[in-house]
Each structure stands twice: as C-alpha cells, then as structure tokens.
Ligand binder design. Structure first.
Ligand SMILES: *Cc1c(COP(=O)(O)O)cnc(C)c1O
Length: 349
C-alpha cells in the first residue's frame, strides 16, 4: 500500500505553515507588553519595516483587514468618503467595516482586470465642497490586484492627481512584496522597488501572513502622526496585543528569509498557467505574481472544484472562475499533479 499523496492546497497563500526556522525564531523572541509599546521584538519589526519602506513609522496589526480599517479611520472622519475600486479588498471583502465602524462612505469605482481605476473616473468622483455631499478625503488603491502588478506609471499618475485635488492616498499592499519582487526581476533588489511604490502613498498596509509565510500579522506604515492615530483606532478595535513579539519574530524572520523566494512562487504560478493553457477547454491567465485564474469551457466552477478536491487538489473560487495561488508550501511536484488533475477534468485522459 502506498501512502495517499499529500494535499496540494492552492486556495490561498494564507495557508502556509511556519517553517522550523520561523518557529525557532518565534520561540526565542524577546517579549514585553506591546500595549505599553515595550515589546522589543514588535518595536524592532516596526523599525525595520518603516526603514525598508522609507516611511517614518510602522504599526504591527493582527490582520490586514484591521490594518486597512485603521488606515481608513486615520485618514477619514465621520461623513468623509474614500474612492476605491469595486473589486478592492477594502471595499468588497472587509465586511463594509469602513462604513459600519468608521462612518466613512465608500465611493466604489469600476476597475479593469489589473485593478486600474481610470483617472477620469477618479476626477469625476471627487465631490465639490458642498453640504449635499460627503467630503471626499482619500484615494485607496491595491497592489497586487488579483495577482497583477498595478503599473507604476499609473500609480504615479493616480496618486499625483489625488494629491493635486487635496486627497490623501492609501495602498492596500497586502502583497506589496510580490509586486516588488516581480518588478525587480532576477538579481534586482525588491526593497528598492517596494520603496519606490511606498513613496507614492501616505500610508501602505502590508501582510506578513500571505506569501511571506508568517502565521499572523500585517503592518501599516506611514507618517508618525497618522500612525499614532491608527494606534488609537487599533486599541479601540480590539487589536492591542500584549506579548506580540512572538508573532513579530515570525514577521521579522519572513522579511529576512522569505522575500526573494517569492520569485519561486511566481515561477510556479507561470508554470501552472502555461501547463493549464495547453489543455483543451481550459483558459488560464498567466499572472505577474502568484495567483492564477482559470475558466473551464465545459464544467461549472463548483463541480470542477469538487472533482479537483477528490483528487487532493484544493482550489479556490472567484465567481465562475477557479483561483489557484502558489506559495511556500507548494512545489513543482504539486503543480505537475495539479495540471494532471485538470487534464482528467478536461477529458484529456
Ligand atoms: C488578505 C488581504 C487583506 C487582509 O486580509 P486579512 O485576512 O484580514 O489579513 C487585505 N487586502 C488584500 C488585497 C488581501 O489579499
């Protein structure tokens, strides 16, 4: 009898488990009480990230959702409005928190497949200073968006338009380092690219628990006064953690050891997209980074998902497309098995 093949979990890059080296770093972490701001490991993480992203200050957060919400609440007061893409995480996938908890009105705008909101639409959505309207305060963009890098030239134009019109800018950079690694290319310095992007925005939120492979955590970076305001909101939202150095140690380990290797995830995602594109009745988009969207001509997504699962391949779903995400815990063997499982689905034997 052979042991069953291990599951290939491509639902998200959040499913990674901490490596042995990461667990060792967590176990050795020096800790304090971060609500008193005296956890040395949290303080070191915040200093390192702020420095690497060229910002004044950083704040460790329990989740990306809380990080984005604290940013929105730091930028916008009750009755203010933020401009955001229809498909953006902060608008669509965070439970409406900005409206519910921040009394901030979202103004969602159409986006293309790369996450671009047309400059003319941004311009047209900025409300005049008139008591009929919410006060437009902030433009929020997302990079990467659906595994695609938001073009740098576009980010320059959109953020300078926002600034000219007196708006603040926030980037949901949950996967900022995936974007930076893709931009840097082989031999390039991802941190140079990450700084280039971060410089365009007032605040940037980054996730440690996605491709970087930490079990928990995000951080918000930006000017010291905004980060102070965000710290007040974080406490009110229940995000004041105590001996959080155990978690910050995982994030620090990820920053030192798991950034350059994101290129491996991107290469596997490209290999997966290319492998799937060769199958009859399968359309797979080749991503800039680590997320592959797949459409099947003859099979509803729900059924494909169930049949893949029976073969030990766990995928996610986005509407009528399948979503497959590569990460630290997937290797070339897993990608080969995935392509083979799709071949059976598409009737190729
Ligand atoms: C994952 C993610 C977040 C934050 O999600 P949490 O699950 O709250 O950590 C925010 N934005 C984007 C684009 C994400 O992918």
């Amino acid at each position: 009898m052979t042991a069953p093949a291990p599951i290939v979990d491509l639902r998200s890059d959040t499913v990674t488990r901490p490596t042995a080296a990461m667990r060792a770093a967590m176990s050795a972490a020096e800790v304090g009480d971060d609500v008193y701001a005296d956890d040395p490991t949290v303080n070191r993480l915040q200093a390192v990230l702020a420095e690497r992203l060229g910002k004044e200050a950083a704040l460790f957060m329990p989740s990306g959702t809380q990080s984005n919400l604290c940013a929105l609440m730091a930028h916008c007061a009750r009755g203010d409005e933020y401009l955001v893409g229809q498909g953006a995480h902060t608008y669509r996938y965070e439970g409406g928190g900005a409206a519910v908890l921040g009394s901030i009105q979202p103004q969602p705008l159409e986006q293309d497949e790369r996450g671009v909101v047309a400059l003319a639409d941004i311009e047209a959505a900025i409300k005049p200073d008139d008591s009929h309207f919410a006060r437009t305060r902030l433009l929020a963009l997302e990079n990467t968006f659906g595994g695609q890098v938001l073009p740098l030239a576009y980010q320059v134009e959109a953020t300078s338009l926002a600034r000219q019109r007196g708006l603040a800018t926030h980037l949901d950079g949950a996967r900022l380092l995936n974007a930076a690694v893709a931009m840097a290319g082989p031999g390039g310095d991802a941190w140079v690219e990450a700084r280039r992007i971060a410089a365009l925005y007032d605040t940037v939120s980054v996730c440690f628990s996605k491709g970087l492979g930490a079990p928990v955590g995000s951080a918000l970076v930006g000017p010291a006064d905004l980060i102070d305001t965000a710290r007040r909101w974080r406490k009110m939202l229940g995000g004041g953690l105590r001996q959080a150095g155990v978690l910050a140690a995982a994030a620090l380990h990820a920053l030192d050891h798991h950034v350059a290797r994101l290129a491996d995830d991107h290469a596997l995602a490209t290999a997966l997209a290319d492998g799937l594109s060769g199958l009859p009745g399968v359309q797979a988009r080749r991503p800039d980074t680590n997320i592959v969207f797949v459409t099947l001509d003859a099979l509803p997504a729900a059924e494909a998902l169930a049949r893949l699962r029976a073969a030990g391949i766990w995928a996610g779903r986005a509407g009528d497309r399948l979503r497959l995400v590569t990460h630290l815990d997937v290797d070339a063997g897993g990608i080969d098995r995935t392509v083979r499982a799709f071949r059976t689905l598409s009737g190729g034997g």
